[in-house]
Design a protein around this ligand. Structure first.
Ligand SMILES: Cc1cc2nc3c(=O)[nH]c(=O)nc-3n(C[C@H](O)[C@H](O)[C@H](O)COP(=O)(O)O)c2cc1C
Length: 376
């Protein structure tokens, strides 16, 4: 999936304040097209296959309608909450997104500064273009690390140890992309990752020699899936860290239960933003099914298709403790750098507060399915 290439990034307009025409997340997405090279935009924006899941992720939020409530006293309202014994100012996290220098030279460092400014938790990708240590230094207090299994346990252990030493307070292991195809748009435009966006954390990692396949063997089964992590690897990972461990990419309730049995502390209900299997249900549709089987109060996050504070509200009403946003952070980063990402987070936070106030909820724990008009 990752290769060498070159990418424009030099002729970027300077931006020291945000244009008044940017008032919602969709504005950043619209403007980002002028800031991101065409092939990279296809890579970021696209999904797998026919992009049905990609479309469904957003459509599912649009299909949910809410009730408002009158005369509620929300004057003491707050979006603050606790997770794994830590306080968070609000439930909107930055999802792990690889290779952020594709859209801005400061990449993840700029996102991290925005996270710090807006008291948002940043989940740093294993495949970040800056090192996890540099990002940790910029991100301040609230940061988690997204972990991909490496080709050997020694390499996995080393990556984990670095994340712990850098001060990340939770590990999110992503398990939903043992095989992944580029979006068709990215394939057609010949996308490959430029040198400046290659994973900084893995620079010195010596790759195991690729499995030599015979012509009658499958690149999927005997190739990627032979190397992919198994349940025994998750069990091993659980034994390697005292930090809260979350699994990202769970869609099936039975997998959720098996993770919990193994001592996993939280789950991210996610279809990788429609970038894994095309045809899997929207994250928002999956969420209540997972919530129905996990123990009461078990931490569940969701990502995929969240584009407004009202979407955040709906996700919480249907069972999420917190949400993560993926592509929107890249669009804001492309347009406005750190300032843009911080501004995007402020927009989402403000919109969430408006939704809470008009639905009569002073705290996140008051948000429930009773606010949902449309049943999905
Ligand atoms: C360009 C791009 C890179 C991504 N890189 C990673 C990654 O390194 N690790 C990971 O767990 N998820 C990765 N994701 C998936 C996101 O964490 C998240 O699941 C998804 O973007 C959420 O959907 P949304 O974009 O609709 O908000 C990536 C997504 C995009 C668009």
């Amino acid at each position: 999936m990752y290769g060498e290439g070159s990418m424009l990034n030099s002729e970027r307009p300077k931006l020291d304040r945000i244009s008044a025409e940017v008032v919602c997340s969709a504005d950043y997405e619209r403007l980002a097209k002028d800031y991101i090279e065409d092939s990279a935009l296809h890579y970021i924006q696209g999904g797998s296959g026919d992009e049905r899941t990609l479309a469904e992720n957003c459509a599912a939020f649009e299909a949910v309608q809410l009730y408002t409530r009158v005369l509620a006293d929300c004057s003491g309202g707050t979006t603050a909450f606790e997770l794994f014994g830590e306080s968070y100012r609000h439930p909107i996290f930055f999802a792990p997104v690889a290779a952020q220098t594709l859209v801005h030279p400061n990449g993840e460092l700029a996102t991290a500064r925005a996270a710090e400014l807006m008291e948002a938790c940043m989940v740093t990708s294993s495949l970040s273009a800056y090192s996890l240590e540099d990002i940790a230094a910029a991100a301040g207090g609230r940061k988690w690390f997204q972990f991909y299994f490496q080709t050997s346990r020694e390499q996995s252990q080393a990556l984990l140890a670095r994340a712990e030493a850098a001060g990340y307070s939770a590990i999110v292991v992503t398990l939903d992309t043992p095989v992944q195809t580029l979006s068709r748009g990215a394939q057609r435009t010949g996308f490959s990752l430029p040198a400046h966006a290659l994973p900084a954390n893995l620079k010195n990692v010596v790759r195991e020699p690729a499995i030599n396949l015979t012509t009658d063997q499958s690149v999927v089964f005997q190739g990627a899936m032979a190397e992919a992590p198994k349940w025994s690897d998750l069990e091993w990972l659980r034994s390697q860290t005292q930090l809260p461990l979350l699994v990202k990419g769970v869609t099936h309730p039975d997998d959720a239960l098996r993770c919990i049995d193994m001592g996993v502390d939280g789950l991210v209900v996610s279809n990788h933003g429609g970038r894994s299997l095309d045809g899997v249900a929207a994250s928002l549709q999956l969420l209540p099914h997972v919530r129905a089987v996990v123990p009461e109060g078990y931490p569940l996050l969701i990502d995929g298709g969240i584009r407004s504070g009202s979407d955040v509200f709906k996700a919480i009403a249907l069972g999420a403790n917190a949400v993560m946003i993926g592509r929107p952070q890249l669009y804001a980063l492309a347009v406005g750098g750190s300032l843009g990402v911080a501004h995007l987070m402020k927009i989402l936070r403000d919109e969430l507060e408006v939704s809470m106030a008009l639905c009569g909820c002073s705290t996140l724990s008051e948000i429930s399915a009773s606010a949902i008009f449309t049943k999905i």
